[in-house]
Design a protein around this ligand. Structure first.
Ligand SMILES: [Zn+2]
Length: 121
């Protein structure tokens, strides 16, 4: 059974949380491993890190914004240079925290981008 590689995280594919392979690029893979702070950890081809460990802006389609327009993406992709958050914050708390802040100009623009993307795809 594949399980999330982060310490104290037991996310499995059946939980419906997207899980991501470690980068093939060795430099970036090293950064991911360092951020996990696991002792002598070497990811293999089956190692996955779940979406809880990435800030919303690390996704191609910001999950908060997708949810705010009622869109459920079939698949979730990380931006090509995505790295896990240093704090390894929980997906849910990050979403809740950002939501309490009133929508900024950036947020509005991103929401617009998603809506545009939905209309054209
Ligand atoms: Zn996880």
């Amino acid at each position: 059974m594949v399980c999330c590689a982060a310490i104290n995280c037991s996310t499995q594919p059946k939980h419906g949380i997207p899980m991501f392979k470690f980068p093939k690029d060795l430099q970036r893979r090293k950064i991911w491993v360092q951020l996990l702070k696991r002792n002598k950890y070497t990811p293999n081809n089956y190692s996955r890190l779940c979406a809880k460990h990435f800030a919303p802006d690390q996704f191609v389609l910001d999950p908060r914004i997708a949810a705010s327009v009622g869109y459920k993406p079939k698949r979730t992709d990380l931006v090509p240079d995505a790295v896990p958050s240093k704090e390894l914050m929980s997906y849910g708390t990050e979403i809740a925290k950002k939501k309490s802040r009133d929508s900024t100009a950036i947020e509005k623009r991103r929401r617009f981008q998603v809506q545009y993307w939905l209309r054209t795809s």
